[in-house]
Design a protein around this ligand. Structure first.
Ligand code: BGC
Length: 355
């Protein structure tokens, strides 16, 4: 196992951004940036022995800052959406940034906490021969979130092509904590076109249906008999354009799936397979939900090596507390007391199948 550190670029204010590359003895390589603790590349051989980078992303700091769509980034303090950009804790209302607007430009929802964790430079150290540790302190009140939060994220690559992301956070005030990673995967390689022929299985028999602003209604909806049924392996494109209300509201899959076996320990939530590369990914997490987002908002932005990020050319599986949990008492609780530690882990494992 080796870890190397190289300059990646500089922030507009001159701060350095570094790229760390962890390589295991099979030649699998994972690289992570100190900007947003961003997963930038995952490289492994396909079934023909050609190296594939299976993550969408960019080649420069400026691109990560300007056209990111949260590519590979750590997200927090509270991932996904908060309805109305507000929540109440102990009878005190907190107004947070409303960075999603309606057609008149009025802020309506808070998405990914306004990007605070995703676009900052994190402190970084090579923690071991297989891991890199990133730390960030979120100032009290930034984007409206209460308290100073100290966050640590460790990326560790194992010899079984297993990538572990471990999250820890603690705040000095009671606050929502919901950390995730926003990698866009394309298991046939980032330049291979859309992901509609990928086969997906989600160990999830319910979703949290949403309203027109992608805020969960608070109900749980069974996937049985709907386009959302991935309990058996199914191509992502098979039902994505079905005439179903939940798909039309979001322009394709962009929903939180409720992980059936969730119990706070690592449980498998997803299996994904791309036949044209033979690459398989399994996802395990300690979190209760996973946002399956089919890259519906990608519009051809230029990514790595000048490759356009076409509509649905990458998919995300963001492990998380359910969106808008701070306003949904029936959902698993994401409000942590002052001094109470948030701990979670997500593991992605990879293998390549021969024909
Ligand atoms: C959200 C999408 C959003 C994407 C990029 C996902 O977590 O669910 O609606 O477009 O992040 O910000």
């Amino acid at each position: 196992m080796t870890v190397t550190k190289a300059p990646f670029g500089t922030m507009p204010d001159g701060r350095d951004v570094f790229e760390f590359t962890i390589e295991n003895d099979n030649g699998m390589k994972v690289s992570v940036l100190s900007l947003g603790a961003t997963l930038r590349s995952i490289i492994l051989p396909d079934k023909n022995g050609n190296e594939q980078d299976i993550l969408l992303g960019f080649d420069t700091v400026a691109d990560y800052l300007e056209k990111s769509s949260y590519q590979g980034a750590a997200v927090g303090p509270c991932a996904n959406r908060i309805g109305g950009g507000k929540f109440v804790i102990d009878e005190q209302t907190f107004d947070v940034i409303k960075n999603e607007t309606d057609q008149n430009g009025n802020g309506v929802t808070c998405l990914h906490s306004g990007g605070e964790f995703s676009f900052e430079v994190w402190q970084s150290i090579i923690a071991d021969s297989d891991s890199v540790e990133f730390c960030y302190t979120s100032p009290d009140g930034l984007n409206g979130f209460p308290g100073e939060m100290k966050v640590q994220i460790v990326y560790k690559l194992g010899q079984n092509n297993d990538l572990h992301i471990s999250y820890k956070a603690v705040c000095d005030r009671k606050t929502p904590i919901n950390l995730t990673n926003h990698a866009y995967f394309n298991l046939a390689g980032y330049a291979s076109g859309n992901i509609l022929s990928h086969v997906l299985q989600l160990n999830c028999s319910q979703i949290t249906p949403v309203d027109a602003f992608s805020i969960p209604t608070g109900e749980l909806m069974s996937v049985a008999g709907t386009a959302f049924d991935f309990t058996e392996p199914k191509q992502i494109g098979k039902d994505i354009n079905n005439d179903e209300e939940q798909l039309k509201l979001t322009g394709g899959y962009d929903h939180n799936f409720v992980i059936d076996a969730a119990d706070g320990t690592l449980q498998k939530c997803a299996y994904v397979y791309a036949e044209n590369s033979g690459i398989v990914m399994n996802v395990y997490t300690t979190m209760p939900g996973v946002q399956f987002y089919a890259g519906n908002f990608l519009k051809g932005e230029t990514g790595k090596s000048g490759t356009p990020m076409e509509h649905r050319s990458g998919f995300c599986l963001e492990t998380q507390y359910y969106p808008d949990s701070p306003n949904k008492p029936s959902f698993p609780n994401c409000i942590f007391d002052a001094g109470q530690e948030f701990i979670s882990e997500t593991v992605y494992t990879f293998e390549t199948m021969a024909d």
